[in-house]
Ligand binder design. Structure first.
Ligand SMILES: O=P(O)(O)OC[C@H]1O[C@H](O[C@H]2O[C@H](CO)[C@@H](O)[C@H](O)[C@H]2O)[C@H](O)[C@@H](O)[C@@H]1O
Length: 258
């Protein structure tokens, strides 16, 4: 594996059969390449099958941990279904059961969503992604509007109060419940079988994934950053393509190592 500096060429592994590992995988920028708009993402042929095989190798301990709603992950990966945390940890689905995240259409967030949607419509290139319990304002197609978008979101936050926070990301900011984080999602899975007692591995590409890295590193796990950018992850792969190749090898029986 291509490594970031510093780091050994091979981290301690739990054995060639992947016993002992629990895998936590980000979606955008990690499993799939980034695209101009959220709806433009393309799932590589065979990715769902590869993830299923890898999940089997890990005794079922594989979860997606994403900023997307779980329902959207399901659409992209259909017919394959995985344990998942959505909306940066607002939602969790384990063994087919939604543990958190149902309902709760907050009137304050609805008001903010309407205002930011109207703002985005006045500025071609901005895009408001309304995810129900969070909203994301994207400027990938109009990078010159970043400052204005940030200012608008800041003003919106004043209407919402302390139960909410802003999560920044790649050409995007999101307003979501303050309690949610990928670290919390990882810890919640590790409290449940078959994740419990396993060594966690978190793979991600963005600022929100740093919370997941922190959680697994505190537990003696592995953190792998996809792409460039500052990170606390000791290991790095250059692209989602490189990671998908690695996933295929892991699924075929190669040791889970970095
Ligand atoms: O935690 P993730 O699974 O990585 O999700 C984070 C956000 O990803 C999506 O936005 C990003 O990907 C888009 C498609 O490639 C891209 O156009 C955008 O610029 C990126 O920020 C998604 O739209 C968000 O809802 C996720 O929170």
């Amino acid at each position: 594996m291509t490594l970031s500096e510093p780091g050994p060429s091979r981290a301690p592994a739990g054995g060639p059969d992947a016993d002992g590992f629990a895998l936590f995988l980000d979606f955008d920028g990690t499993l799939v390449d980034l695209a101009p708009r959220p709806q433009d993402v393309v799932v590589a042929a065979g990715l769902g099958q590869t993830l299923e095989r890898l999940r089997d190798r890990c005794g079922g301990a594989l979860a997606l941990v994403s900023g997307r709603p779980i329902a959207v992950l399901d659409e992209f990966l259909a017919p394959h279904v995985f344990d998942a945390a959505g909306l940066h940890g607002v939602e969790t689905r384990h063994a087919g059961r939604l543990l958190a995240g149902a309902g709760a259409d907050d009137p304050g967030l609805r008001d903010v969503a309407e205002r930011l949607s109207a703002f985005a419509k006045r500025h071609p290139g901005l895009l408001l992604e309304d995810k129900g319990r969070s909203v994301a304002l994207h400027w990938r197609l109009a990078p010159e509007l970043e400052d204005e978008a940030v200012a608008q979101a800041g003003a919106a936050m004043e209407r919402l109060g302390p139960g909410w926070r802003i999560q920044t990301g790649k050409s995007v900011l999101e307003i979501l419940p303050a309690f949610a984080s990928k670290a919390g999602a990882v810890r919640a899975f590790l409290d449940m079988d078959p994740f419990r007692g396993r060594r966690p591995v978190f793979v991600g590409d963005d600022v929100t994934d740093e919370h997941g890295f922190q959680a697994v590193l505190e537990l003696g796990g592995l953190a792998i950053r996809i792409g460039d950018g500052p990170t606390i992850a000791p290991f790095r792969l250059p692209s989602p393509t490189a990671f998908r190749e690695r996933l295929t090898r892991w699924a075929e029986g190669a040791p889970i190592e970095v």
